[in-house]
Design a protein around this ligand. Structure first.
Ligand SMILES: Nc1ncnc2c1ncn2[C@@H]1O[C@H](COP(=O)(O)OP(=O)(O)OP(=O)(O)O)[C@@H](O)[C@H]1O
Ligand SMILES: [Mg+2]
Length: 308
């Protein structure tokens, strides 16, 4: 009887053990299945991206584990960001090459013409045109360099307190004589007290001169240009206004894009980089820039910067 009891206990125990092992194996198999499947999907997407397919996205159909769903989500976010950056860069390079190509072709053509020309005065004319195209190229390359330097994070390291009133006064006074010579009425209004902004002086000077440059270019002789600086408690606002040709409403939303030139600009020289540089500098200074414009009446561009 004792042996019977031992036997049946042993059997039951054996049965329970086998059962436990089978259950554990099955559970393990299911668990590993549910872990490896999303990992494989993610891995395959990463590999495809590595091989240059930037439009790949992960879809984990039927997945219930929140961790995998949010991993897939952040992968998709990252992939979208990479794709967007690469396409912006490609577009930029294509635009830059196109913009460089036009003056370069004209420069080469004029040199060629000058080379074959016997008449001295005609030759000088060709050479002068070649020189103008060379200068255009130089401005363009300089603007492109400025843009890339501003956008590289390293340039932010040189920030220091800048006396903006002093800076605006200097740039404004230099501009006043140019405006007067060109027969545009120029006025300037600045606060009395000293105001400091944390920033890069050269870049802030460039913001102002690009805005004044546009105002002068797009305002016919006899018009006016004004430069105002106002201080609120925690920011300053610098406004350049003019009575010029104004900006068509359709162009307002793209004004700050690189190489964007308004429909109003076709008869005026320029590369469409001035405002892109303004925007990049203002962004780097945690500021804001807004435009108000009315075709035929004039334009007003305001830059706000936090005070130091
Ligand atoms: N004060 C203004 N009055 C009228 N249009 C303006 C004014 N400022 C800017 N714009 C419009 O915005 C566009 C972009 O200005 P932006 O300064 O970037 O380029 P640009 O002056 O044409 O060329 P660049 O500055 O490279 O010489 C201009 O082409 C023009 O259409
Ligand atoms: Mg400009």
């Amino acid at each position: 009887y004792g042996a019977d009891v031992i036997d049946s206990v042993t059997n039951a125990w054996l049965l329970a053990s086998v059962f436990a092992i089978v259950i554990a194996a099955l559970a393990g198999w299911f668990a590993s299945k549910s872990v490896t499947r999303p990992v494989l999907v993610l891995e395959s997407a990463t590999r495809q991206m590595e091989q240059g397919n930037l439009s790949v996205r992960v879809a984990l159909q039927g997945e219930r584990q929140q961790e995998f769903l949010s991993l897939a989500d952040s992968f998709n976010g990252m992939a979208a960001q990479v794709e967007q950056t690469v396409s912006t860069l490609r577009e930029f390079i294509a635009d830059a090459a196109h913009e460089l190509h036009t003056p370069l072709t004209a420069l080469l053509a004029n040199i060629e013409l000058a080379h074959d020309e016997k008449n001295a005065s005609a030759r000088t004319r060709y050479l002068r045109r070649a020189q103008e195209q060379g200068q255009r190229l130089e401005t363009l390359v300089q603007s492109l360099l400025d843009l890339s330097r501003i956008e590289a994070a390293e340039s932010k390291s040189g920030f220091a307190p800048v006396d903006v009133i002093q800076l605006v006064r200097e740039v404004g006074e230099q501009f006043a004589s140019r405006a007067e010579q060109a027969n545009r009425l120029f006025s300037m209004k600045l606060p009395e007290e000293r105001v400091a902004v944390q920033g890069n002086e050269t870049q802030l000077r460039q913001v102002l001169s690009n805005l004044l440059e546009n105002a002068l270019k797009f305002t016919p002789a006899g018009g006016w240009i004004s430069l105002h600086l106002e201080r609120a408690s925690d920011q300053i606002t610098l406004t350049v206004s003019d009575s010029g040709i104004g900006i068509p409403p359709d162009d307002l939303s793209n004004l700050f894009e690189r190489f964007h030139r308004g429909r109003n600009a076709s008869e005026y020289p320029g590369n469409g980089l001035g405002l892109a540089i303004v925007k990049a500098i203002v962004n780097a200074h945690q500021g804001d820039v807004t435009v108000q414009s009315e075709p035929m009446l004039g334009t007003s561009i305001a830059v706000s910067l936090p005070v130091a």
